[in-house]
Design a protein around this ligand. Structure first.
Ligand SMILES: [Zn+2]
Length: 371
């Protein structure tokens, strides 16, 4: 039945192909979530004019900052070698984006070598215009190694529903549980290699929006953690734009979730009584946020010390990925491996006995001065 339907569909496409204006949609592929493809109601056909050499194994579709009713809900990715005969590579129905500016990652169901790809997509309500922020086709499986990630349970509560911050959060995030789960996996992906690693088992996350000063904080300890996010901070961040609020909300979430998934250094006291412990914990959390692309990297400036924690330490640890793409994972794993943790010991464990924290920091400072 499906084959017949598809054939009819392909024929209708072929007959109207002469009117089809094939363009590469710059807004769809510019890696900028604030520029959108704005389509029409009903099925939209977007042909990607890039010539592909290897099969698309996975792809991401990003929702815009627009009304969720304009999000794609049903889509088909098709491939072709001659621009005439199109074959289904992947098909999705009744999709819902958990927030604005959010990806849905799809692993292609029927990958094969095609030169050209086309996305056919429509909204849930056929009367609504289609709006998509970005589409990313990849020749690798972007979910590889993370198919069986053990997602935590989320207990989400808005403690200040009457606030402007709670209202705008609701505008940004349509499904808070899914939104937090998605970020939990993304954090684990930065700290670990695959879902088969011995990942710190965060089982339950209580996430609350509260009318309190400050930004966000994590409490409790793995497996049960709680994270508070300030509606006052949400209001402040939203003043610039919904995208700015999204950038900030995800950034803060990456940081706090890292506290759930990261190992704690051993043999040197605790967060409250040892500065190295504190600098390590907060440095790794901001390194993960930086690696996720959720800091304005132009704020990196020479100066300070690796013991300063937060961004100063985090930007440094993230910069180590320019020497080794797995540097954050390796640096984080030193925390588990070393009986008495130190920055110098960690650098030696990752980069060899010749390396030192002083040498590495000086090199980083030289890099920053040239920025
Ligand atoms: Zn922190």
């Amino acid at each position: 039945m499906r084959r017949i339907l598809f054939l009819a569909f392909a024929l209708s496409f072929l007959t109207c192909q002469s009117q089809e204006i094939k363009t590469d949609y710059p807004q769809l592929t510019d890696n900028n979530l604030t520029t959108y493809y704005i389509g029409k109601p009903g099925t939209n056909k977007m042909t990607f004019q890039v010539s592909y050499n290897s099969p698309v194994l996975s792809y991401k579709i990003y929702s815009s900052g627009d009304n969720p009713a304009h999000d794609p809900a049903n889509w088909v990715l098709k491939g072709s070698n001659d621009g005439k005969k199109w074959t289904v590579v992947d098909e999705r129905k009744d999709q819902k984006f958990c927030s604005r500016f959010q990806e849905i990652l799809c692993v292609a169901q029927k990958p094969a070598a095609y030169k050209q790809y086309m996305l056919e997509a429509r909204t849930a309500d056929k009367k609504e215009n289609l709006v998509i922020a970005d589409v990313l086709l990849s020749d690798r499986n972007m979910l590889a190694g993370w198919e069986d990630f053990n997602y935590p349970n989320i207990d989400f509560e808005v403690k200040s529903p009457g606030t402007e911050g709670a209202k705008v959060y609701n505008q940004l995030v349509q499904n808070p549980d899914e939104y937090i789960k998605y970020h939990a996996r993304k954090v684990a992906e930065i700290l670990y290699y695959t879902d088969r690693d011995s990942i710190n088992d965060v089982r339950n996350i209580r996430y609350t929006l509260e009318d309190q000063p400050g930004v966000s904080a994590k409490g409790g300890s793995t497996p049960n953690i709680n994270i508070f996010y300030s509606t006052q901070h949400i209001e402040k961040s939203a003043k610039e734009s919904l995208f700015k609020l999204d950038f900030e909300t995800r950034g803060v979430l990456y940081h706090e979730l890292t506290h759930g998934y990261q190992y704690e250094p051993k043999g040197i006291g605790n967060y409250g009584n040892n500065k190295t412990f504190w600098a390590c914990i907060e440095g790794i959390a901001d390194a993960v946020r930086a690696e996720a692309g959720l800091f304005d990297m132009s704020t990196r400036k020479p100066g300070g010390n690796w013991m300063d924690g937060y961004r100063t330490t985090g930007f440094f640890i993230q910069w180590l990925t320019t020497k080794d793409p797995d540097a954050i994972r390796k640096f984080h794993l030193t925390v588990e491996k070393m009986d008495v943790w130190s920055f110098d010991g960690a650098i030696k464990l990752v980069f060899g006995p010749e390396a030192s924290i002083d040498g590495m920091w000086n090199e980083y400072q030289e890099f920053l001065k040239k920025q």
